[in-house]
Design a protein around this ligand. Sequence first.
Ligand SMILES: [Zn+2]
Length: 165
Amino acid sequence: MGEIAEMMLDGTLCESCGSFIDGDSPGFPRLCNDCKPRKRKPKKSVKAILINPFKKSVSMIDLQKDENEISLEHCYYLLDCDLVEFVYLKGNKILVVDEEGLLKANKPFKFERAGQEYFVGKALIVQENQQTPTDLNEQELPYIEKRISFPTIEQIKEELDAKRM
Ligand SMILES: [Zn+2]
């Protein structure tokens, strides 16, 4: 038997790619770290939109996924909150908002596409396709951006009063 084949059999070299492992020869074939199948699938992400009323910005971001769901932990991190609420919009889009936003003296924004127009705090817009989060098309950003504004609490009150009259 060749020396290399022998070293693969005793585990000195990776049995798949033949690279040197760690200097050990355990006496059975094994794989190097590069050839070992990954235990966990690497976390994937989807393109989503972050609405930030503090910076008055609307931008594309990478939102992490856990299996076939968006990562709630990443939502909490991005929105800087402990609880989120999903508001289902037309076009298979979900607005993820800080559920406790209204309790905090926070920054509002107005989104003309949603049934309820006013929201408070940072928010995400996530695209779904058959109940699975998917990349939001970057070309939709200007369209969505046009429908989001950052009024002050006073402006919102005025607007609501005007509607009542
Ligand atoms: Zn290998």
